[in-house]
Design a protein. Sequence first.
Length: 332
Amino acid sequence: MSIMIDSVTEEAHDHTDSHGISDSHGHSDSEATATIGQRLQAETTAVRLKIRWLGVRKTLSQDQTKLAAGTFDADIKSVSASKKLFDTSHPAFRAATAVKTQAVDYWKGHTLPYIEPGVRLIRRNDVPMFDVHMTSVRAELSEAVEELQRHYGELIDQARARLGNLFDPSDYEPDLSELFAIEWEYPSCDPPEYLLRVSPQLYYNECARVQTRFDEAVRLAEQAFADELGQLVSHLAERLSDDGSSKVFRDSAVTNLLAFFERFQQLNIRSDEQLDRLVADARRVISGVQPQDLRDHAAMRQHVANELVRVEASLDGWMTDRPRRSILRRSR
């Protein structure tokens, strides 16, 4: 049994990076938004990640569910039950899962959100690099699945002992190679050209609809960047604050924020000058700061914490005011 998963979304310097999707500042009306949306459409292409994965749970049969419901004197219509087919904590299974996580993280980390579920936008110049990396990840998955196959009999024996009368040999395919896959494709977001010949008016209506979707993608990108920045800044500020409690401060609280700045510089669509300033402000706060410095120097730790709280408050203000700015854009 396997499951096909469409991976779903769920993501500055003071100058424009040469790799970024950029626009000059100073445009605050609807024309600026349209220009950014058009540029986003011209410089990106859609990419969909598809993951085929071994199903690790299976719903119990009606008779088994009825038996389970009877144990608690419950109505069978109010009970759902499943059995776990594999021990997913086994090292071989965890290794395969780590490859899947790597694929999803890379896809999300090098693309921008789009309004269609399971689809994100990648800069066209990044497509060759994306293909190379994902091909490498796919090869890693093949190796991991081969290793999992070597331990497959062991996993089945464990399931037989663990599941008792619920164990069913037919739940287990003999060959795992076809049950795991990482695939990707580049679907077109544009209306088909034949539509222009069939109905020019319908074609141009579809073009307008597509442009609206890219304008919305601009807003999705802004929100994704702001949400991630807010979470990272809030977490680091909380870890650094001196409230009398003993707190664990890990290097990742700083390095994750630095990684965000690099990704923002690469993918920033330069659609909101205030958001750009907030990111730059947060970057200046921790510029040159090492995690160990924050552990060793209380004064520096408190200063950085206070500055991050200030940035967080400004970001909250930006997010609060954002719906009003969006309404003003559409009304002009």
